[in-house]
Ligand binder design. Structure first.
Ligand SMILES: *[C@@H]1O[C@H](CO)[C@@H](O)[C@H](O)[C@H]1NC(C)=O
Ligand SMILES: *[C@@H]1O[C@H](CO)[C@@H](O)[C@H](O)[C@H]1NC(C)=O
Ligand SMILES: *[C@@H]1O[C@H](CO)[C@@H](O)[C@H](O)[C@H]1NC(C)=O
Ligand SMILES: *[C@@H]1O[C@H](CO)[C@@H](O)[C@H](O)[C@H]1NC(C)=O
Ligand SMILES: *[C@@H]1O[C@H](CO)[C@@H](O)[C@H](O)[C@H]1NC(C)=O
Ligand SMILES: *[C@@H]1O[C@H](CO)[C@@H](O)[C@H](O)[C@H]1NC(C)=O
Length: 399
């Protein structure tokens, strides 16, 4: 049925009612009476879309080729859905897709007289199924929000035709396989949220590239490998980068400071990084949230972190950092949540006591509650101290 529809778009007008009757539980909807001017011509007497943006969609004809293509896409999608416990797609029948639950229409950016599908929002739908290749027929979609559903498989390659896609959120689904490479060629993509899926393999360097220019990258809680050694990540101009619970290979390079103009939030929690923290991190003056916890970071916390004047939340907990906590860090004006727990710090300045939320447990701070045992701290002190190489990597000298 879908293939027939695809190959004969002219017959679409006849099929909807038929399909609706076949695909229970759709209720048959009456076809709306044809509008007086079926062609999407600007000459319609009542319409003055540019004068009144709020009412712009009202005078637009609900029938045009783009909505017909969208109709094919939504029917194929509905067909690919196996469970829809909230009945969100129950009203996905009839040719006027703009009335479907979760579907948002607007005037096409390239032609203000044509109504087109601009957004789809099925967030928290708990829908099970897959994403059919017909999805690419939604060529004008700017927002695609599918978070917290049970979509399996991968993103169909036809989505490369969504040239206007701006926000893609498929977080918290069952999507798997390699990173959908075509995403890196979407010219308008700014917000990419793939978190909590089962994607694997290499996260391509182009994700962080300036050509793509993503503003927010959420790739956490997948099985991605990300290479730090090519320094591709630090080329990013994103304001938010979240890679928690993935696997990062390589060390934190001094080029991390290159993201100074844009980076606001960097979450690298539990990414298996074995590295020093390069002093260049202090260049990130706009950074508000830095989470490097649950890794294998060694050496000292650089005093330059005290230059990160926007910093509000700092978590370097559960690494093997040592030495003193630099006083300048605790004097940062906006710092309100500091976690250094689970390291081997041997001193913490008094000024740190003024940070509203502070967790310094399980370190080696003398005469302080909840610290490691003296034996553990002495054993650590006898280990050869690490040296940090120019690329940020830890060099352990032979004993
Ligand atoms: C969905 O529709 C089915 C059949 O019409 C009905 O039994 C069920 O209660 C509906 N569920 C919700 C959440 O509305
Ligand atoms: C869309 O829904 C509205 C409100 O329910 C209704 O008045 C209108 O006729 C519908 N449009 C079409 C084309 O079905
Ligand atoms: C990801 O990293 C793990 C461990 O380093 C390795 O075994 C695996 O082969 C890597 N996968 C890819 C696709 O690079
Ligand atoms: C990162 O930027 C540098 C210099 O601008 C460039 O030479 C390099 O190819 C870029 N790397 C990637 C992976 O984009
Ligand atoms: C770290 O990530 C792994 C999966 O990559 C997970 O099994 C583990 O529970 C995570 N640990 C923490 C502390 O979040
Ligand atoms: C403070 O930071 C810790 C560690 O990052 C986090 O678990 C906690 O939720 C934060 N508290 C607040 C109130 O933000």
């Amino acid at each position: 049925m879908q293939l027939i529809l695809l190959s004969k778009p002219r017959t679409l007008q006849l099929f909807p009612l038929l399909l609706c009757l076949l695909l229970l539980p759709c209720l048959p909807q009456p076809l709306p009476s044809p509008s007086p001017s079926p062609s999407p011509s600007p000459a319609s007497p009542s319409s003055s879309p540019s004068a009144s943006p709020a009412a712009r969609s009202l005078p637009l004809s609900p029938f045009n080729e783009r909505l017909e293509a969208a109709y094919v896409a939504f029917q194929a999608w509905k067909h690919a859905i196996t469970e829809d416990p909230k009945n969100l797609t129950q009203d996905w029948c009839g040719p006027f897709v703009c009335n479907y639950t979760g579907v948002y229409c607007a005037a096409a950016p390239d032609d203000p007289h044509v109504l087109t599908v601009a957004g789809v929002d099925l967030n928290h739908g708990d829908i099970a199924g897959c994403l059919p290749d017909h999805l690419g027929l939604l060529a004008d979609v700017a927002l695609l929000h599918l978070n917290s559903n049970r979509f399996r498989g991968t993103l169909p390659p036809s989505m490369q035709h969504m040239r206007l896609l701006f926000e893609l959120d498929v977080s918290n689904n069952l999507l798997a396989g390699a990173f959908p490479t075509f995403l890196t060629s979407l010219p308008g993509l700014k917000f990419l949220d793939l978190r909590f899926n089962a994607f694997d393999g290499e996260l391509p360097p182009a994700v962080f590239g300036r050509r793509l220019g993503l503003d927010a990258i959420f790739a956490n809680d997948n099985r991605f490998n990300v290479s730090l050694s090519s320094a591709s990540l630090t080329n990013s101009t994103a304001s938010v980068i979240v890679l928690a619970n993935t696997r990062l290979a390589g060390c934190l390079p001094p080029s991390i400071g290159d993201m100074a103009d844009t980076l606001v939030e960097l979450i690298l929690l539990n990414t298996s990084i074995s590295s020093c923290i390069p002093p260049e991190i202090g260049k990130l003056r706009k950074l508000k949230v830095l989470d490097l916890s649950h890794n294998d970071l060694a050496g000292e916390l650089p005093a330059s972190v005290g230059d990160m004047e926007s910093l509000e939340v700092l978590n370097v907990g559960h690494n093997t950092l040592a030495g003193e906590v630099p006083e300048a860090i605790c004097e940062l004006p906006r710092l309100r949540n500091l976690t250094i727990a689970g390291n081997y710090f041997c001193d913490e300045p008094v000024s740190c006591l003024h940070v509203p939320l502070r967790d310094d447990r399980m370190n080696c701070i003398p005469d302080w509650p909840h610290q490691r045992s003296p034996e553990e701290c002495i054993a650590f002190a006898h280990r050869p101290p690490p040296h940090c190489a120019a690329d940020g990597c830890i060099v352990i000298p032979p004993p």
